[in-house]
Design a protein around this ligand. Sequence first.
Ligand SMILES: Nc1ncnc2c1ncn2[C@@H]1O[C@H](COP(=O)(O)OP(=O)(O)O)[C@@H](O)[C@H]1O
Ligand SMILES: [Mg+2]
Length: 268
Amino acid sequence: MERIIIPLETVPIISTSSKGDQSKWQVDNKWIKQNTRGYEGQAEVLASLILSCSTLTEREYVKYHLCEILLPNGETSLGCYSYDFREKLQEVTLERLFEANFSSTDSILNNTALSTEEKFEQLLRQVELYTGINVREELVRMLAFDALILNEDRHTNNILFLYNPMQKSWRLAPIFDNGLSFLSDEKDYPQGKPLTILKRKVKAKPLNSNFSKQLALYKGPAFINKTKLLRALETIDIDFGRAQQVLLSQLNDPSFAHLFYEGRVAND
Ligand SMILES: Nc1ncnc2c1ncn2[C@@H]1O[C@H](COP(=O)(O)OP(=O)(O)O)[C@@H](O)[C@H]1O
Ligand SMILES: [Mg+2]
């Protein structure tokens, strides 16, 4: 496994996670995150492995790699890293986009009179007003993916837009920050407890705490190549531990069947 040294002078990045305490650093063009509550790194890498077996292009999701982190205090820890995805573009979170337009996502997301679908439609309408782009397909697909991986951290700062100031154009950033999935938080989801019980405890974001309500927004075609994914899991030299068990149990859940197709895998 790759070993990454955090130089003494590197300033840790303040976490924006809803659980708030994962240490992270930027070293050159790598963004490095330390496992804090459990196996966030393995979950992050497994999530990106699934997307690498999907119809999403490499621009639409961030690839994560497991690593051992040598901390400035001499201790080592497990974690993961990704390469900078911003290029020369400015990142604007969904939350910040609303703020910049003198609004807030709260008035939509916390409006108990609205259904999940209505919240989504209102959010989408505002985003289109602010950016000129329609991200319906990408967002519903991401929420379906979140349901599959049990991502409990898709808050409005983990949905990101990229702005090109030269061309004054917007696009959705690649899917990133999927580490709080697959029950990776072992403090909240202790090892040894039945998966069926733990899985029921996980709460979704941002439109509804119920994953199935967010999954129901997805009406599109199957986008994950199941044959390729199972082959990748067999051949990859990474121990995903419980994250893999959670994924396999999700694969047996018929509510996700429509996300998968049986595809051909190139023999190499
Ligand atoms: N590969 C990356 N490229 C560019 N920016 C990144 C990358 N990874 C993380 N960041 C930046 O760091 C912030 C925090 O990273 P994130 O993965 O969301 O962790 P967390 O939310 O747990 O703190 C992101 O919102 C983004 O601004
Ligand atoms: Mg984040």
